[in-house]
Write a protein that binds this ligand. Structure first.
Ligand code: SAM
Length: 223
């Protein structure tokens, strides 16, 4: 899987196809974040979300992780072009999280925007557990992704979009799955419970803010 080829076109394509809906979905809960010390933005791509994130979150450390060198270059360029405070708190990591370990531990926030949908069931399980085990016991998880839900019309529309996108990304980025797997049960199992959620674009996209519950973590023996 390699997003290098689509990296230069990603933002333009997104805007043509979905207007501002993906960005609205990514940023839905930014103003609801508590004080954060260390955040991991995972599979965060070209940096579209980063600028908004930096406006809302003055955390001490931000680790920006992506397996595409081109996506990371674009994010870094975006970061340098804008005058963001606290340059020294950003670290960019070129990592493939289906193979590599998380670069650090004790994250109290992880962000996965339109990232978990690139994995098949087994790899998704591995990636979610890997991320969760690098988090603190009361960490937050910001999640945005596509979903198939709602009434008959919404489901048919979502299935058509999801099929088209998987076909496109299979050809353009060689992604390993053709099926959207709902990660909700996996996130629950790792202790991250939904605090709030919102749906966008007639139910095609979903944003969630989740938090790990201390008592759940203890009972499940996660720590
Ligand atoms: C569909 S794009 C989403 C990008 C961005 N988060 C957004 O909201 O537009 C998926 C991103 O995940 C990255 N990615 C895919 N597989 C990865 C992996 N195994 N480890 C780290 N990043 C990965 C890709 O390079 C790409 O930037």
């Amino acid at each position: 899987m390699n997003f290098d080829r689509v990296a230069p076109w990603f933002e333009r394509l997104e805007k043509i196809v979905f207007g501002d809906q993906m960005q609205v979905c990514r940023t839905a809960f930014l103003s609801d974040l508590p004080a954060i010390k260390k955040a991991a933005l995972i599979g965060e791509g070209n940096g579209t979300f980063l600028a908004q994130f930096l406006k809302h979150c003055d955390c001490e450390e931000i680790h920006y992780i992506d397996s595409s060198k081109k996506m990371l270059d674009l994010a870094q360029k975006q970061f340098q072009m804008n005058v963001f405070p606290g340059l020294e708190r950003m670290v960019f990591y070129h990592l493939d999280l289906s193979l590599d370990v998380m670069p650090d531990q004790n994250y109290d926030l992880v962000v996965t925007n339109f990232f978990l949908d690139v994995f098949n069931g087994a790899t998704l399980n591995n990636v979610v557990s890997k991320i969760a085990s690098a988090c603190t016991r009361d960490a937050h998880w910001l999640y945005a992704d596509f979903q198939v839900t709602g009434n008959r019309f919404q489901r048919c529309r979502a299935i058509a979009w999801v099929k088209t996108m998987y076909l496109f990304f299979r050809l353009a980025a060689d992604i390993q799955t053709m099926k959207l797997t709902n990660p909700s049960a996996l996130l629950d199992r790792n202790g991250f419970q939904i605090k709030w959620f919102k749906e966008f674009d007639n139910g095609l996209m979903r944003a969630e803010i989740r938090q790990r519950k201390d008592e759940f973590v203890r009972d499940a023996g996660l720590f």
